[in-house]
Write a protein that binds this ligand. Structure first.
Ligand code: ZN
Length: 151
């Protein structure tokens, strides 16, 4: 079995458009990019330079409550990357933000902030279950994770 300490977990690839997301996450804030044109204001994910609704390049980052529901989830099966094989079985989830139901973020449902992705048994997960964002430092990156409202 691989040693998770020597095999780093995957870290986000940050580009110019997405950089603010990670900067806000490092402060413990979940923010989603939005069109800053008054007549539009549409949220968009993933981050990109131009609004697909009105073609404006005006952008702001709107703070979310961090409440969401599990839209879907998976329990990956081998073969897995070595660092992840050591954690199996674990979950990966797509959560749908309560503030913006069309925005879905990928992540892990965990027992508490900073807990590993295998800290919640897969049989505790249900599509539609309410979750709340928490933030954890993973290999030098602060990433959003999700905890069940009713564990
Ligand atoms: Zn727009």
């Amino acid at each position: 079995m691989a040693d998770a300490k020597t095999e780093p977990l995957l870290t986000p690839v940050v580009d110019d458009d997405g950089a603010p997301f990670w900067e806000y996450a490092a402060r413990g804030e979940l923010r989603i990019q939005a069109c800053a044109k008054d007549a539009c204001g549409e949220l968009r994910w993933p981050p990109r330079p131009c609004c697909p609704h009105c073609q404006s390049f005006d952008t702001e980052w709107r703070r979310m409550t961090g409440k969401a529901r599990i839209w879907s989830y998976a329990v990956p099966h081998p073969p897995l990357l070595p660092a992840y094989a050591a954690l199996a079985p674990y979950n990966t989830a797509l959560v749908e933000l309560t503030d913006a139901p069309r925005i879905r973020l990928a992540g892990n449902v965990v027992a508490k902030a900073g807990a590993p992705p295998n800290s919640v048994p897969p049989d505790r997960l249900r599509i539609g279950a309410r979750v709340q964002v928490v933030f954890a430092d993973q290999a030098g990156f602060v990433v959003p994770q999700w905890v069940l409202e009713r564990p």
